[in-house]
Design a protein around this ligand. Structure first.
Ligand SMILES: Cc1ncc(COP(=O)(O)O)c(C=O)c1O
Length: 441
């Protein structure tokens, strides 16, 4: 029997004779029994295949391109090591993400340091490790970085993050390229132009190129073309007015993942075609040298690779109203439904082919009415102890997790070719208390 929802799971997903979900050759129900519930399972083959797809699709038509994984989607030391092996760059947005990269000897020249309010200490760290590019977001940072670089008697390679004023048609919390945004120098107001002038006159900064990021997820290619047109026309103007030749250009990340089976999203190849096609034709038209192209996918690399596994507990049926199936995780490990209204589907992982019988709402365990993972989804009859698997939980779930209600973070397991390795252990109650200080001051 073909189960449509299976398409959302990692590329290695299948069912075994026990009708259990299997990923990377490992029975997910057995993994849950072994490592405890809830559990996040990542499929290494899916991660590597996504890295290769991005590198291939962009590289094939534009060899001067690089793919930097946006680690905010999910980073851990083992994952950073995989990114290194796959020849990816790394986009980091904090000293913490940078520290993870440094801890696995990630080549610092492949690191891009982003953020709208990097601290002086974080910038000092970036300077001391000579990270590849600092992506400067505002005037405060431009001056601060120049001063810090002067103190260290060095010159820092930078990109300027611009705000092109383009609507990416995504959730307003994840739209970043519109004028009213905390990110980037707006082109429309003249501030981007002033930033180029100031960067060029900053003796300890070397302006390598321009960057923009429109938002996430962007489910159509058109906004990238609009952004490219605005930014390349701006670059042409900077060449004419200020004699500045852009060497590098990044249209950021934002490539989508398919979360529910009814959703259709363009393949990576379509984004690559649109972005590379737009870049080639616009640079020709505007008589600009072709810059190095840097893209920064986060979600597109890891979302499909991750599966959240939960155990069903309390089931509350309100006749004629709604049936709630409560699981042992929720907004503490996946806040996306609450903050973005994100949609998901689920599979009964221990009886995967059972017929869908009823509509239920899958609720989390946290003390908030809004802690709902999936509203109104058709499922087989679920009993306490059944195992639910929610696909496409690899991005922006674990890194946004909290200890709300003092619930420990779940364990994370990486599976590959029939082997499972624990890549993050489950938190213990003692972990939750280890930063508390008792006693008199
Ligand atoms: C500058 C920048 N690059 C890349 C990304 C990654 O976005 P996504 O995970 O949607 O690819 C983000 C996300 O916020 C971002 O701000």
């Amino acid at each position: 029997m073909k189960i449509k929802r299976m398409e959302l799971f990692p590329i290695t997903a299948e069912l075994n004779r026990q009708d259990h979900l299997v990923i990377g050759g490992c029975d997910c129900v057995s993994l849950l029994r072994r490592y405890g519930s809830p559990l996040y399972i990542f499929d290494e083959a899916t991660i590597r295949s996504q890295c290769r797809e991005f590198r291939r699709e962009f590289g094939v038509s534009y060899d001067n391109s690089t793919v930097a994984y946006a680690s905010k989607a999910f980073i851990s030391r083992p994952l950073a090591a995989i990114m290194e092996e796959e020849g990816m760059g790394l986009d980091v947005v904090s000293g913490g993400e940078m520290a993870v990269a440094l801890s696995v000897d990630f080549p610092t020249d492949r690191i891009y340091f982003h953020g709208n309010n990097k601290t002086p200490d974080e910038l000092r760290l970036a300077i001391s490790y000579n990270v590849g590019r600092v992506v400067v977001d505002n005037f405060y940072e431009l001056d601060l970085l120049n001063r810090l670089a002067e103190e260290k008697e060095t010159r820092v390679n930078i990109l300027l993050r611009l705000n092109p004023g383009v609507d990416p048609h995504t959730h307003r919390y994840t739209a970043t390229g519109m004028l009213d945004s905390k990110f980037g120098f707006p082109i429309g107001t003249g501030q981007a132009e002033a930033a180029v002038r100031r960067a060029l006159s900053s003796k300890h900064l070397k302006l390598r190129g321009l960057h923009f990021h429109l938002g996430s997820p962007i489910t159509e290619v058109a906004p990238y073309n609009q952004g490219l047109e605005v930014v390349l026309k701006f670059a042409a103007r900077m060449k004419k007015d200020q004699g500045y030749e852009m060497e590098e250009l990044s249209p950021g990340g934002g490539f989508p993942a398919r979360y529910v089976s009814s959703q259709k999203i363009p393949p990576v190849s379509e984004y690559a075609e649109a972005i590379v096609g737009g870049l080639v034709s616009l640079t020709r038209e505007l008589r600009l040298a072709r810059p190095k192209l840097i893209i920064e996918p986060g979600r597109g690399v890891v979302a499909r690779a991750g599966v959240a596994m939960y155990t069903a507990g309390a089931i509350k049926d309100i006749p004629g109203v709604r049936k709630y199936v409560c699981v042992d995780g929720g907004m503490g490990d996946n806040i996306r439904p609450v903050i973005y209204g994100a949609g998901y589907e689920a599979l009964l992982a221990n009886r995967a082919s059972a017929a869908y019988q009823e509509k239920v709402t899958i609720a989390g365990r946290y003390c908030e009415s809004g802690d709902i993972l999936i509203r109104d989804i058709k499922m087989p009859a679920i009993s306490p102890g059944d195992v639910l698997a929610i696909p496409v939980c690899g991005a922006y779930c674990i890194p946004m997790s909290s200890n709300y209600n003092m619930v420990p973070h779940p364990a994370v397991v990486m599976v590959n070719e029939g082997r499972a390795r624990l890549i993050r252990r489950r938190q213990k109650y003692s972990d939750l208390m280890k930063y508390d200080i008792m006693g008199k001051d």
